[in-house]
Write a protein that binds this ligand. Structure first.
Ligand code: SME
Length: 159
């Protein structure tokens, strides 16, 4: 049974603990759907002030909705479109303080005000993106970006 944890102390230490938890949670399982599902659930209970946490999977030249926590979302996102498609095109993390200022932002949940998208790239191969939305503007700091990129590196060992 999964034991939920209290996260406290400096943010980087919290993310270190989260990454260790993820590693332990996914250990011994290689099914992508199962592992992305548990990764989204773990993030959802760790992160405060988020309304959507999940994955889009790279398939046949576009992104298709994967495991997530939150409201039903748009199923397909084209290369270069929205925050997710831009993260794929530019192959880098997109941290958007105010989605309403981002040209072409795709609104899946009207409550979202800021967003972070991290591409999942292993040995140069794009697998998809991690996408997190918050109802708060400026929700995601540079520390969050580093911690989430570390989380993605651990995840990539298991998918
Ligand atoms: N806002 C994203 C679309 C996905 S939803 O946030 C879940 C984007 O602009 O790519």
């Amino acid at each position: 049974m999964f034991q939920s944890q209290t996260y406290e102390g400096p943010i980087q230490e919290q993310y270190d603990l989260l990454s260790r938890q993820l590693d332990a949670l996914l250990d011994g399982e290689s099914n992508q759907t199962a592992n992305l599902s548990n990764a989204s659930a773990l993030l959802n209970q760790f992160l405060k002030d988020v309304n959507w946490v999940g994955f889009y999977i790279w398939k046949d030249g576009g992104l298709v909705l994967g495991p997530f926590q939150g409201l039903p979302a748009c199923v397909r996102i084209a290369y270069g479109k929205g925050v997710c498609g831009t993260a794929v095109k530019d192959k880098r993390t997109m941290r958007v303080d105010d989605v309403h200022q981002f040209p072409g932002h795709i609104a899946c949940d009207a409550a979202s005000n800021s967003e972070i998208v991290i591409p999942l790239i292993r040995n140069g191969e794009l697998l998809g993106v991690l996408d997190i939305d918050s109802p708060l503007k400026n929700r995601f700091s540079e520390d969050d970006e580093k911690g989430l990129e570390q989380f993605v590196q651990v995840l990539l060992k298991h998918v």
